[in-house]
Design a protein around this ligand. Structure first.
Ligand code: SF4
Length: 439
């Protein structure tokens, strides 16, 4: 077997995907090559998620699968990385998972890299978050802040990822410059609460300042950011989105529930009225904005009446996308304690009923909204050729498919919409768009 081969397995959010990409790039920088399967690797890293119970179960299943490798080749190093590893649970895991050699907290790329056996080279500059440089990626995710200072009742992230830390603007700008110089077109800035960026940095720059600072990076065509919190969405940021042509009018703003009493239990820090006012303001300031949200159904204490208020809110606000999750209990959280009380816990069947009811409502709304695009042109950044069709995303982050001869990879094109579905649009190629930064 060839030496110095790694296998990185990732579950969870974009932040984890970005951490893993950065790690893979760093491993390649010190002389490692990727292995197709864990069996062929001598350094195995499992990047874990603990937001939902089934993500943890998936990781435990994977570790159980690969323990055979450790028995056959005891010098293979196995690292459990990511949100499952918190400051207080490492000793429990050490007993429960003896085949794992090291446990590393989320986002600590350098710590994982330092555990790789027999590196051939030393990295002379920080790794970029993309491993395979042969085909330049169209979209690259760049973390700008880590951790979270909030304490939403259902969420384990502050316990696992710690307090908020923002990366300096100059460091982010340098990374964006290097990524775009290698051919990437679109950058998505990532943070647990991306719109609270900068309050812990000298001079307190904010996300609007950062967008402005990196906007004119050569080669950069589009900028997005994820995930925002309603409490931190400022008018200054909204005006920056409206003013800066490379910043896409696409905002993910989780509300989580449409009932004030439940929002209080969740400790979200706003009311439905306040959130609704913010949505109205966003739609006034940012023309043609698309708005997505996240909603948890079946949170402990959520009654059927409360859920019906959530349906009403979704009907009124007409989001472009709703990410729906049935509540999953996380030990150590306030909601996890509430779930132990049978009077507050929502039973499994009821959670599924609420999830399906909300999905059906949102499917109707988005079907109607997408139908409004029939016969119009949308501007698409092309990301992939798959099953005989080109696939990309429009300015509002909607998936668009089209068929055309030639190579459109990485190009910005205009597509005349001829077909709409709830989750995608189809159309005909009009031609290359004159997009900012495309030169
Ligand atoms: S804002 Fe709330 S839900 Fe989001 S990461 Fe922080 S604690 Fe979790």
């Amino acid at each position: 077997m060839q030496r110095n081969r790694y296998f990185v397995w990732t579950v969870g959010c974009q932040m984890n995907v970005s951490d893993s990409e950065r790690l893979e790039s760093a491993l390649q920088g010190v002389g490692y090559t990727p292995a197709e399967q864990a069996e062929d690797a001598d350094f195995i890293v499992l990047n874990s998620c603990s937001v939902r119970a089934n993500a943890e179960e998936k990781i435990i299943g994977k570790i159980t699968d690969i323990q055979r490798i450790k028995r056959e080749r005891p010098d293979t190093k196995i690292v459990l990385w990511g949100c499952m590893v918190g400051p207080n649970n490492q000793s429990i895991f050490k007993k429960k998972l003896p085949m794992v050699d090291h446990f590393v907290s989320p986002s600590a790329v350098d710590e994982v890299l330092a555990l790789a056996p027999n590196p051939i080279y030393q990295l002379d500059e920080p790794a970029l978050p993309v491993a395979d440089w042969e085909v330049p990626p169209v979209n690259v995710h760049v973390p700008i802040n880590y951790g979270c200072n909030m304490s939403c009742a259902y969420c384990v992230i502050p316990l696992r990822r710690g307090k908020e830390r923002s990366r300096p603007m100059a460091e982010i700008a340098d990374e964006v410059r290097r990524i775009c110089a290698r051919g990437a077109k679109e950058i998505t800035l990532l943070g647990q609460i991306v719109d609270s960026y900068g309050h812990d940095l000298p001079g307190r720059p904010d996300l609007a300042d950062l967008l402005e600072h990196i906007h004119d990076t050569p080669g950069l065509v589009r900028l997005r950011f994820l995930t925002s919190h309603p409490a931190f969405m400022s008018e200054k940021l909204l005006h920056a989105i409206a003013r800066l042509p490379k910043v896409m009018p696409d905002i993910n703003l989780p509300i989580q529930a449409g009932d004030d009493q439940l929002l209080k239990v969740m400790k979200r820090g706003y009311t439905v009225a306040k959130y609704t006012k913010l949505i109205e303001r966003i739609r006034e300031i940012v023309p043609n904005v698309s708005l997505s949200t996240d909603i948890i159904v079946g949170h402990p204490g959520e009654t059927r009446e409360m859920f019906e208020r959530t349906l009403e809110m979704v009907e009124n606000l007409r989001f472009d996308k709703v990410h729906i999750a049935a509540y999953s209990s996380r030990p150590g959280t306030k909601a996890g304690e509430m779930e132990l009380d049978p009077a507050l816990a929502v039973e499994h069947g009821e959670k599924q009923y609420r999830r399906i009811a909300l999905e059906r409502l949102q499917e109707r709304i988005i079907t109607e909204r997408n139908e409004e695009l029939l016969g119009h042109d949308v501007e698409v950044l092309v990301e992939e050729f798959t099953k005989g069709k080109w696939r990309g995303r429009d300015r509002n982050n909607k998936l668009v498919f089209f068929e055309a001869e030639g190579n459109w990879y990485g190009k910005v094109v205009n597509i005349h919409v001829t077909e709409t579905r709830p989750w995608w649009l189809g159309g005909d190629l009009v031609g290359e768009a004159l997009a900012v930064g495309a030169v």
